[in-house]
Design a protein around this ligand. Structure first.
Ligand SMILES: Cc1cc2nc3c(=O)[nH]c(=O)nc-3n(C[C@H](O)[C@H](O)[C@H](O)COP(=O)(O)O)c2cc1C
Length: 237
């Protein structure tokens, strides 16, 4: 089956020639960092030598999705910090700007040691998370992730949101692809990172508009690009 809206959009935002591509990627945008207005908690990432000694290739082989989470425990704050810090440093690219991501990371924190449960915004340039709304939102997390239980059980839900009007203003219609690609690459890195730290993750489908409503008013005007949830696996039996 072909979803024609998808192939039409893909064609409409494709570049025909090398010159078109060069012109398109020439104005790299250094997006200004959002200003925090709530309480900030400084992250405490682990040093590189505290991480998995087996190397990234082994981690790629071991990577699986995790849908069963242990709701009886919290995950360590340094593991949480490391995942946010390492996964948002950017990737080698001729158009994305390292240190100035296009996507904002909204978090639903259920069970992280020393962190009040609630909704947070990650500030990568400050190495901190900002508390937007304190509370326990397991039922809402499950609901917006298309009613799937694992989102309510996971220790953290990470939503990548983007303000598309300002991105397409710089990069044209193709800016949408760029924001989606960045969110997915950051989430992919985070997924590998969870394995390095003895945790697990899964990407999810979510209800786009309900996601934005849930994170609003802060996220009003932004769009949902990608989500991954992560935490400590529940042992069988
Ligand atoms: C964009 C995206 C959306 C996904 N949505 C769901 C979902 O709604 N429910 C689910 O159980 N898994 C979801 N997944 C996870 C995939 O089902 C999973 O990656 C796939 O089955 C491969 O399994 P593996 O990750 O264990 O290798 C999603 C993955 C991605 C990348």
């Amino acid at each position: 089956m072909t979803f024609h809206a998808i192939t039409d959009m893909h064609l409409a935002s494709s570049l025909a020639t090398g010159d078109d591509a060069a012109r398109w990627r020439s104005p790299r945008w250094h997006r200004p960092a959002p200003e925090p207005s709530g309480d900030l908690t400084e992250l405490r990432p682990l040093p590189a030598d505290g991480l998995d000694p087996h190397g990234v290739e082994q981690i790629i082989f071991r990577r699986r999705s995790t849908r069963n989470y242990d709701t009886g425990v919290e995950i360590p704050f340094d593991a949480f910090s490391t995942l946010l810090d390492r996964s948002t440093r950017g990737v080698a690219s001729d158009v994305l700007t390292p240190g100035a991501p296009l996507t904002d990371l909204y978090l639903i924190v259920h069970a992280v040691e020393g962190l009040t449960p609630g909704v947070y915004l990650h500030h990568p340039q400050r190495g901190a998370v900002e508390l937007l709304r304190a509370g326990t939102f397991r039922a809402q997390a499950s609901r917006i992730a298309a009613g799937q239980q694992y989102a309510g059980d996971a220790h953290v839900n990470l939503y990548y949101l983007a303000h598309l009007p300002s991105i397409t203003g710089r990069y044209g219609d193709r800016g949408y692809r760029l924001a989606q690609l960045e969110g997915a690459l950051h989430a992919g890195k985070l997924h590998l990172g969870t394995h390095a730290l003895g945790l697990g993750a899964v990407g999810s489908t979510s209800f786009d508009d309900e996601v934005v409503d849930f994170f609003s008013p802060h996220a009003a005007g932004k769009d949902y690009m990608f989500v991954t949830v992560f935490g400590r696996r529940r042992r069988k039996g």
